[in-house]
Design a protein around this ligand. Sequence first.
Ligand code: GLY
Length: 573
Amino acid sequence: MKKFLFIIFIINIVFTACAQTPKPIVGAGKEVDPYHYTSIKNITITHGCVVSAQPLASEVGLAILKRGGNAFDAMIATQLALAVVYPGAGNLGGGGFTVARTKNDALIALDYREMAPSKASRNMYIDSAGNARTDWSQNGHLSAGVPGTVAGLFAEHQYAKLPFAALIQPAIDLAEKGFVLTKSEASSFNYNKEDFVKYNTKSIVFVKQNEWKEGDTLFQPELAKTLMRIRDEGMKGFYEGETAKLIVEEMQRGKGLISYDDLKNYVCKSRKPIEFNYRGYHVVSMPPSSSGGIILGEMLKMIEPYPMHEYGFQTKQSVQLMVEAERRAYADRAEHLGDADFWDVPQNLLLSDAYLKKRMSDYDSTNPSKSEDIKAGNVHESNQTTHISIIDADGNMVAVTTTLNNGYGSKTVVGGAGFFLNDEMDDFSIKPGVANMYGALGGDANAIEPGKRMLSSMTPTLVLKNNKPFMVVGTPGGTTITTSVFQSIVNVVDFGMNAQDAVDKPKFHHQWHPDTVMIEKGFSEKTAEQLKAMGYTLQELEAIGRTELVKILPDGRFEAAADIRGDDSASGY
Ligand code: GLY
């Protein structure tokens, strides 16, 4: 039976694509088997590659590349497949950012971050006793911002070659005909069962009586129907009509705020990418409403005057310098960064040499600085954002980071529509001095206003060398996103690592508040002891990030590395 379904699935992919593209698609080659798949961590190939959090999604992207799609086609198909096979973070009900460079050198930054509903207000998460209610901002209907992902997919499509219908069909097939769960996905469903029951008004496919186990097949018929409406009606298939009705009805059942007008009025915004140079490389990243590009620029520019290569990987000298750069950049994030359509972000100043030199003027290589006047907080270890890195044979580079915020977002599935809604409202500063789930503080710059986009850390990033593609990189991980991208770039540029080592080597993180250096399991014990002796407080985390990195080798081949920390997988040819 499974084999039969698989054959139908493949035929469907091939024929749907063939029927809807102007000329026959050639080179379909090996297609996607949703019942037998495995994660591949590292490939070196010549034509094009896709690195994502789930093997099936990477394989869908590869199939699209092989059929003549470019990196944008592959990205759209991969994102849509992730919405089915990686429901904890892949999504229709969330938002994200795309940073891309076309083969003609055009740079693109797309902002489809979620937006506060028009009925949102600054103190909506403060109760009558004046307490900040993170339980309201982090779970359930009220935590959801207006989703942006579908608008982002259609904005990406202007750079693609194949019809949208061909790109969404693999996701429809995966939702309708099912796919087998990995061990980690099965245990994640089991782990979240109680919340899935608590935050839903209808029964959902992710909850079953018995425990989920590896190899179980997940069918998502309601999600398949939503995807079909998007295929048939375009953006209106999500932001208007039946899907919008289902979202608004779900909001009404759970006292959420998203309205028909909020959905209809949602737009993906084209932004000017953040660009700066680092040791002769040109870095392109995401501007606000993400903090990612600016903070990455600040950190790299702050360490640039120092001989990192001489200091060496994960030595006391290199880590301490990077920690102090991270501390200063994250302090700026809390004070200065928010949606630039609502707040005057001093972007040029923050990235200016003069400012960054002054910022490091009190750096002392023998003593920790202090993040004073800040109460202790916690860094939340969520990896439930997801990143995709793609490059094609023509040199189109696309980096996408997208999220529901927490794992499975609000935990609320839109009844009848089959997808999780985000809990992105928690990324606003819900009350001055109250940290979000990642321990990040904020103030007026990131206060809630109707229609405003909450500040993100997502950092989809491209690196160019001599104006040619050199690296595509990004990761999930909340506030640790930007420090992981920072360290991945330094690992390659300063420490000469290959893509896999740059991704897999243990990371560390400091975000100003709490005044603690988070170190990942496996971090150098010697360096940890030396930092403690200097007066740093250290805390070990199980994992930091799930980075997907493509490095272009001197001979033009692509080395694609999928993070060892999860099911992440690289596909290419
Ligand atoms: N929700 C995580 C982020 O956008 O940074």
